[in-house]
Ligand binder design. Structure first.
Ligand code: ITT
Length: 186
């Protein structure tokens, strides 16, 4: 079985990547070796900076990912600050900020930016997006992070009400992982 390293400290992301890659008989191995998450305007910049840092001290093919939730009515907040905001105010804090918004005013987008670094190759970027709405209440036990308050388009359930394989079919990460897999297969 082939292997590929995923530089992450997030168990939820790891499980999603493991599930998706198991379908092409690839084993994903977690490397929780950390990297500086710089303050930048885009997920791409954060992820590329991370790859640059990791490649100096890790010599096997790897990928890492920066992800975020962008809420329209909050001008894209928490966006690049998603990890910090989740740690500080969590899903309940976001629901509070969204209290006065109804219907389409609750639109949001999850973005995933994966950067893959092959040996002696330039970094390759794969992006996935999932559009949806911020729910009125937090619901569901699967997943992680903002999953209990995000309802993807054409669905009534939140990501946290979907098992991993199902979330992967709709999600930002499912899409960016599909692109990475296509690249690796070719
Ligand atoms: P890394 O070690 O991979 O960087 P992280 O938890 O720091 O893991 P990010 O900075 O990429 O991850 O993600 C920002 C936050 O956005 C993260 O803490 C989660 O709370 C949230 N998030 C990211 N992807 C998510 C998803 O698929 N579902 C729900 N919340 C998500």
């Amino acid at each position: 079985m082939k292997t590929l390293y995923f530089i992450t400290g997030n168990k939820g992301k790891l499980l999603e990547a493991k599930k998706r890659f198991s379908k092409i008989n690839f084993e994903i191995i977690q490397k929780d070796i950390g990297y500086p998450e710089i303050q930048a305007d885009s997920l791409e910049e954060v992820a590329l900076f991370g790859v640059n840092d990791i490649q100096k001290r890790f010599d096997k093919p790897f990928f890492l990912e920066d992800a975020g939730l962008f809420i329209d009515s909050l001008n894209g907040f928490p966006g690049v600050y998603s990890a910090y905001v989740f740690y500080k105010i969590g899903c309940s804090g976001i629901l509070k900020l969204m209290e006065k918004y109804e219907g389409n005013k609750r639109k949001a987008c999850f973005r995933s930016v994966i950067v893959y670094k092959g040996l002696n190759k330039d970094p390759e970027i794969f992006i996935g997006e999932s559009y949806g709405l911020i729910s009125k209440i937090s619901i569901g036990d699967y997943g992680f992070g903002y999953d209990p308050i995000f309802i993807p388009e054409n669905e009534k359930r939140t990501f946290a009400q979907m098992e991993t394989d199902e979330k992967n079919r709709f999600s930002h990460r499912g899409k960016s992982l599909n692109k990475l897999i296509n690249y690796i297969k070719n």
